[in-house]
Ligand binder design. Structure first.
Ligand code: CA
Length: 416
């Protein structure tokens, strides 16, 4: 198993940090009133790469890569530059590195910074690739004997979502108003959603564009990194609107991502295979190697002013389709992919009840309320609730963390 790489940044050597030298995730930040800057997390600190670039201390042959304070321009330089830059940073931050005195003035305390969107999301597609989630939802909405749609074992199902409502961790979420109708109502009503939910997902970020169809291996090579993703979902709006074209306003309110892009390079030691196929996949979807990752995931809910309860714990390695397979399928139509495309994995639920990645499943459609550690009961989210997703891959004496993916639900806007 891979071991901890020692750094001259002391806090990066703690077994409890999300950000050891092995990780080096990419983010964006600012100080009160300051410009947006690109940064790399290391221990309790952020290395200000926008400042390092200005000072001529980066080993990049391009200029102004980080002047905009996001990672899109860097991603567009290609995988050779991704690897070279990671190697340069690893060496410069290692114990005994000659760059220590030059770099130290450009380390800032993470606690003093506000984290922003690490990249500009060009398009957002959300998938439905978790076997247990699809089975649970199919059992709730249809028939447990035919819970999986007939295409599910053959196609990584998805829909084109909204890039405009993807927000960074820490952004408040406003409960949506929408058109609702239950089977016992004659007419629909326009009201605040009463069944507002979370979905625990991973997001894959495309760093290399494509034109035309790509293979699964080419798709894997196009992926720059991963974030945690909460696909906020209004179940009552969804249940009424989704037939036959799928989710629309129920999923458009907001999607929260964690602030640090954990690169595919950092996750390399944690690759994991998809489970055994129940039906053989068509050749274009077959994986040449392991393309999931062993990442422990959890969801916590804190009612306003109260302590959190862990709702669920699961692992990304339970998914039926990898992001590379989803990306391959996405290009079969000839659909071009762009730098900054974001792919949601689909809700990650494991086999047991405490592995479920949504309240829809945890409360079984609202029929089995959960009791939180505080004594509060929940079926769906209440105003003031804070949801936090966390994810870590565990190495020998170190962990690769994502930082928190957090959002607090605020009341719906007034109706006219
Ligand atoms: Ca979703």
């Amino acid at each position: 198993m891979t071991k901890l790489n020692g750094s001259w940044v002391e806090t990066a050597n703690s077994p409890d940090t999300d950000f050891p030298l092995n990780n080096l995730p990419y983010g964006a930040f600012h100080f009160a009133g300051g410009d947006l800057r690109a940064g790399v997390a290391i221990g309790d600190h952020i290395l200000d790469v926008t400042a390092l670039e200005k000072a001529g201390l980066l080993d990049l042959h391009e200029s102004n890569v980080f002047s905009r304070g996001t990672w899109n321009d860097f991603m567009a330089l290609g995988s050779g530059v991704w690897e070279g830059f990671r190697g340069f940073l690893t060496s410069a931050l290692s114990e005994g590195a000659k760059q220590q005195s030059d770099f130290e003035p450009h380390l800032v305390a993470m606690a003093d910074a506000t984290l922003e969107m690490p990249f500009s999301v060009t398009e957002f597609t959300d998938f439905y690739a978790g076997r247990h989630h699809a089975f649970n939802v199919g059992s709730l909405f249809r028939d447990p004997a035919n819970a999986l749609p007939p295409n599910w074992l053959h196609i990584p199902i998805g829909y084109n979502g909204r890039a405009s409502s993807v927000v960074v961790s820490g952004t408040d979420i406003t409960r949506p108003n929408g058109q609702l109708k239950s089977p016992d109502m004659d007419m629909p009503v326009f009201e605040p959603s009463k069944r507002f939910d979370l979905e625990l997902e991973m997001g894959a970020i495309v760093g290399k564009p494509s034109k035309g169809r790509v293979s699964v291996q080419e798709a894997d090579d196009m992926i720059f990194g991963y974030v945690l993703l909460n696909d906020w979902s209004a179940r009552d709006i969804q249940a009424w609107e989704y037939q036959p074209l799928g989710p629309f306003q129920s999923k458009a309110t907001a999607t929260t991502i964690s602030p640090w892009i954990v690169t595919k390079a950092a996750l390399e030691p944690f690759r994991s295979s998809t489970p055994a196929r129940e039906k053989e996949l068509l050749p274009y979807l077959q994986e040449p190697g392991p393309m999931l990752y062993d990442i422990d995931l959890e969801v916590a809910l804190a009612p306003e002013g109260k302590k959190e309860t862990i709702l669920s714990q699961t692992n990304y390695n339970v998914m039926y389709y990898s992001a590379a397979q989803q990306l391959t399928h996405h290009t079969t139509s000839g659909c071009p992919m762009r730098v900054g495309d974001l792919l949601g994995s689909g809700t990650i639920s494991g086999p047991e009840k405490n592995n479920r990645g949504s309240l829809l499943e945890l409360s079984w459609g609202g029929k089995e309320p959960l009791t939180l550690d505080t004594g509060d009961k929940r079926t769906f989210l209440e105003d003031g609730d804070t949801l936090t997703l966390r994810g870590v891959a565990r190495g020998d004496g170190f962990r690769i963390g994502f930082g928190e993916c957090r959002g607090t639900l605020r009341p719906a806007p007034p109706l006219d």
